[in-house]
Design a protein around this ligand. Structure first.
Ligand code: ADP
Ligand code: MG
Length: 240
């Protein structure tokens, strides 16, 4: 679904992504972990073309994306993204938030989009919140709406950038449950997270980044039980 070859990205003098190679197969859940500032968000943003790579290639569903010529909105339809700070439209209801992009960007009929939105709200357990404004929701509910909103575009791949980091601890579980359900349905997902329990339980692969490089990757069992690299071992000690 995604293949990244020798991806490099700098902000001025700061070399933030260094020769990143990564492959994500269909229905894989990849958890991207690493300390703050290691380049995780920048990598996700490159995958969604919110950030422009300096060199290397990004292949989405078998096709190399050329950001200067390809229609990036089309690609973003395939690759949905959920952010740490939900970014819901405050002046729109939950339902309006969810149908906005399908109707405005994809040209989906409003009735069709509305009925799909209601299905999605049911899926994330918020069917009774359709007509409520975001400021009446808890953080966990807002994030579940943000997930429903991303799903409304019917993406093939979902990127999550620390979706639970801004939440009070007691609200983390409901969002992780929603993500787990999505994973079980076979969604292809790349998840930046500090939730090691989630990573261990749900991920097919763990990728550990430090200072712009992928240091180590492995399946959860191998990664958490027998990390090979010293830097991984040090990092894991800080998360225990
Ligand atoms: P992470 O998500 O792992 O915490 P980021 O990808 O956000 O890391 O950031 C990696 C590095 O790039 C950090 O040093 C950060 O300050 C820097 N950085 C991120 N975005 C920008 C930007 N738009 N302009 C300049 N520097 C940036
Ligand atoms: Mg980040």
């Amino acid at each position: 679904m995604i293949k990244v070859n020798q991806l490099n990205k700098s902000f001025g003098e700061l070399h933030v992504l260094k020769n990143i190679d990564m492959t994500v197969y269909e229905s894989d859940v990849v958890c991207l972990i690493g300390s703050s500032g290691s380049g995780k968000s920048t990598l996700l943003r490159c995958l969604n073309f919110l950030e422009r790579k300096d060199s290397g290639s990004i292949i989405i569903e078998g096709k190399e994306v050329d950001p200067s010529n390809d229609d990036l909105n089309k690609i973003r339809e395939k690759v949905g993204m959920v952010f740490q700070h939900f970014n819901l439209f405050p002046h729109k209801t939950v339902l309006e938030n969810i149908i906005e992009a399908p109707v405005m960007v994809k040209g989906v009929d409003k009735k069709v989009a509305t009925s799909k939105a209601k299905e999605l709200l049911e899926k994330v357990g918020l069917e009774d919140k359709a007509d409520v404004f975001p400021n009446k929701l808890s953080g966990g509910q807002k994030q579940r709406v943000a997930i429903a909103r991303a799903l409304a575009m019917e993406p093939d791949i979902m990127l999550f950038d620390e979706p639970t980091s801004a939440l009070d601890p007691e609200l983390v579980g409901e969002v992780l449950t929603t993500m787990k359900e999505l994973a079980n349905e076979g969604m292809t997902m790349v998840v930046v997270t500090h939730e090691m329990g989630f990573a261990r339980e749900v991920a097919d692969w763990i990728v550990y980044m430090n200072d712009g490089e992928i240091i180590e990757r492995g399946d959860p069992e191998q990664f958490f039980e027998h990390p090979k690299e010293e830097r991984t071992q040090e990092f894991l000690k800080t998360t225990m």
